[in-house]
Design a protein around this ligand. Structure first.
Ligand code: GLA
Length: 732
């Protein structure tokens, strides 16, 4: 395992536990990709074929060889200007106005540990956990240098890629397009899986055949967006959850992105992930450099569940940081669906009292506590406590909450500004806005220009002065609109603003985490509008969706689980009829669904019946019992809720001794047929006992034949089966 270089044939081989990635430097100094997939041995360059192809040009230094074309050969980092007319990873605009960049190999370095990016989130690894390969490429004409970074985390079958672009030339150049990962597949028929959605219905799964013509997902909203998640999976045709080959690309970035896949003229497939070209034209003066955000690759021969497990382990252990990375997250009650804007200090304390009585650990004061914000039209930017509404200072309120034995959390939305605010009246020029144009409004709010340090500094001080008023242990960082009117008063180069905005957000978050290392940060953007691997570096959990309907959540969390671990997925039990859909589901079902995430409540606890309270107490006891398994166990999708009658998923402990199987009946019919749910990831030779019904089964039976689900009267019923290994099978 590890990174090796064979100097005889200039061959680089990256080996993880189960995969091989290989490429070579060819005679002209181009990097040719050779192979990525299940572990193989030997030099794979026999796969390259050379034919004289019409209208596929040849690099000048190939001389008379008309069979050598960048338009047909597989590459590591395809760049516009070399005769490759397929989707390319790099487009440079040179100081003479031309668009050519011809990068050739200079040298490389192999290092222990994993590289890090400046100012950007990335997977990290200790010296003995990871390895780094740096390949230095240069365009001799413009002096543009690209350093390709490969990070290897062999134990998770993870390979990361990033690129640093450096202008070593004399004139100013512009980056017009930059992707950090490009993969060429010489043969094969694939499907592409992507995650599309909208506010309150994020990350629906779509699987389509890869065909001629580029299939592109992306965002130009300034955030990764509800509409497309920055992740793609390329799956072999026969790949399912349990078996088959599949490749993942996940972008560690929270802004505009583009993911693309295309079958080319020779039936080869190219898959790519990087920054969006829209409104992007990043300047580099001589001596300046630019980091292209990281893409995390993985390959699994064990189907989509295998791919998800690789990502889950990596993100949980080597992307999330801080005190809560490996700790049980507090059970939260959030005031939003309990009270919306209509609370007082007293009513909030009532909520905290009920929370204490039920065993809920943290109470979060959501939107509405500052300025004169009693609806969503005002006061963003005025981070001043509305003491009149609270009836006391924030410090006093927190003390009283803490005295009940409950922790305190607070909602903030630092990137935003209301036109009706003191801040806007004082600094109307602080917003993103094109001179002479009336800006697009969304939720009646505008966006602060976070690419500007002085604006971030001001907001940072305001937020700190709030956090310093008392024992704040949790922050929900929200972001409730898409960016528009991209123009910053601080630069001539508007093509840099969107990326600088994201860097600004990361800088703010990093500073906040340094100053308040013990605070648990939860990300949020109208629910799951910025649910991406970039955010997870700062916020180890993200509110999954503003839709808390248990039935919709089964689908939303199903889509989310392909890439992101459940311990990062914010999920709460809420009232019925559900506030977003009007649907009613049993309390048990809402609990089972919320347990596939960072568990909590979003509900007016003050009006609950004694029966509901008793059920909630039991729910909390159950959750605490299962919590370590949910957080650290391997996650298996066992149904497709988009098409099946059931939603089913399981957590299996790493030692395969404990299993929590969860099922929600999504469809109801007269004289129902039986649904059997087949488990995965168990030890076939172990005997598992259902802890509630005391019935035992072999692991092989549970996996090969499955468990029949009961037919009971009622809609959207849920079941939880807690199975544990027993050493001796008792006769039933
Ligand atoms: C967004 C969030 C909600 C809530 C509101 C408050 O929509 O996703 O959870 O915090 O904002 O305005």
């Amino acid at each position: 395992m590890g990174i090796t270089y064979n100097s005889n044939n200039q061959l680089f081989t990256l080996e993880t536990q189960n995969t091989t990635y290989q490429f070579q430097v060819d005679i002209c100094g181009f990097l040719l990709h050779l192979y990525y997939g299940k572990k193989v041995s030997g030099n794979m360059n026999y796969l390259l074929t050379f034919y004289d192809r019409g209208f596929s040009g040849n690099p000048n230094d190939a001389e008379a060889d008309r069979t050598y074309s960048m338009d047909a050969l597989p590459q590591e980092f395809p760049s516009l200007g070399t005769g490759d007319y397929r989707n390319c990873a790099l487009i440079m605009e040179n100081s003479d106005g031309s668009f050519s960049c011809d990068l050739r190999y200079q040298r490389h370095e192999i290092k222990k540990g994993k590289y890090q990016l400046e100012g950007l989130p990335a997977v990290y690894a200790a010296e003995e956990e990871g390895e780094t390969l740096e390949i230095f490429l240069e365009d001799p004409v413009t002096g543009v240098q690209a350093i390709l970074y490969y990070g290897l985390l062999p134990q998770y079958d993870i390979i990361t890629r990033s690129v640093k672009l450096i202008n070593r030339g004399e004139g100013k150049v512009y980056i017009r397009k930059a992707a950090s990962a490009s993969l060429d597949f010489l043969s094969g028929d694939y499907d592409v899986i992507t995650f599309y959605g909208r506010h309150a219905m994020e990350r629906n799964v779509q699987r389509l055949p890869v065909s001629h013509g580029r299939q592109v997902i992306g965002s130009s909203r300034g955030t990764s967006s509800h509409q497309y998640n920055p992740a793609m999976i390329l799956a072999e045709k026969n790949t399912g959850e349990k078996a088959g080959g599949c490749y993942g690309m996940t972008f560690v970035y929270s802004g505009n992105f583009e993911g693309a896949v295309e079958k080319d003229q020779y039936n080869q497939t190219r898959m790519m992930m990087g920054l969006s070209e829209t409104m992007f034209r990043y300047p580099l003066d001589p001596g300046e450099d630019f980091w292209v955000p990281e893409t995390v690759l993985t390959y699994s021969a064990e189907g989509l569940n295998g791919l998800s497990r690789n990502y889950h382990r990596c993100f949980r252990n080597n992307l999330c940081r801080g005190k809560y990375k490996n700790a049980a997250r507090p059970i939260v009650i959030n005031s939003w669906e309990a009270d919306y804007f209509n609370f007082t200090g007293e009513s909030f304390l009532e909520l905290a009292k009920e929370a204490a009585d039920l065993g809920i650990e943290t109470v979060v004061l959501d939107d509405g506590w500052f300025g004169k914000r009693n609806d969503d039209n005002t006061s963003l930017g005025d981070w001043v406590v509305n003491e009149k509404k609270l009836g006391c200072s924030l410090g006093e309120l927190i003390r009283r909450v803490n005295a009940l034995g409950v922790r305190f959390g607070i909602w903030i939305e630092p990137e935003m500004i209301s036109e009706d605010s003191e801040l806007y009246r004082a600094h109307p020029d602080w917003v993103l806005r094109i001179p002479g144009r009336a800006p697009v409004r969304a939720r009646n709010q505008l966006v602060l220009d976070f690419s500007r340090k002085e604006i971030r500094d001001y907001v940072f001080d305001q937020i700190c002065s709030i956090l310093d008023q008392g024992n704040v242990e949790y922050i929900k960082w929200d972001m409730n609109r898409s960016l528009s009117d991209i123009y910053s008063g601080s630069t001539q180069d508007q093509g840099r603003v969107l990326h600088d905005y994201v860097l600004g957000v990361y800088d703010f978050m990093e500073r906040m985490l340094r100053r308040y290392p013990d605070i648990l940060l939860e990300g949020c953007s109208g629910g799951g509008g910025r649910f991406d691997a970039g955010m997870l570096y700062y916020a180890p959990q993200i509110w999954c969706s503003d839709n808390t309907d248990a039935v919709d959540r089964v689908e939303i969390q199903y889509g989310t689980s392909f890439i992101y671990p459940v311990c990062c997925t914010g999920s709460h039990v809420s009232d019925v009829p559900n506030h977003q859909t009007g649907r009613s589901t049993p309390l048990k079902t809402r609990g089972v669904v919320a347990m596939a995430g960072t568990f909590g409540y979003e509900w007016n606890l003050r009006v609950l019946s004694e029966k509901e309270k008793e059920e909630i107490r039991q729910q909390i006891r159950d959750y605490k019992r299962y919590e370590p398994l949910i957080r650290t166990g391997d996650y298996y999708r066992l149904s497709c809720p988009q098409t099946d009658e059931i939603g089913a998923w399981a957590f299996v402990s790493p030692d395969r001794e404990k299993v929590l199987l969860n099922v929600v009946m999504l469809k109801k019919h007269g004289n129902m047929t039986i649904n059997y749910v087949k488990l995965q990831g168990l030890d076939p030779d172990k005997i598992y006992q259902d802890q509630n019904y005391r019935r035992s089964y072999s692991g092989s039976a549970l996996m090969e034949a499955g468990l029949p689900l009961p037919i009971e009267s009622g809609e959207y019923l849920a079941y939880q089966f807690y199975l544990r290994e027993i050493t001796e099978e008792k006769e039933e």
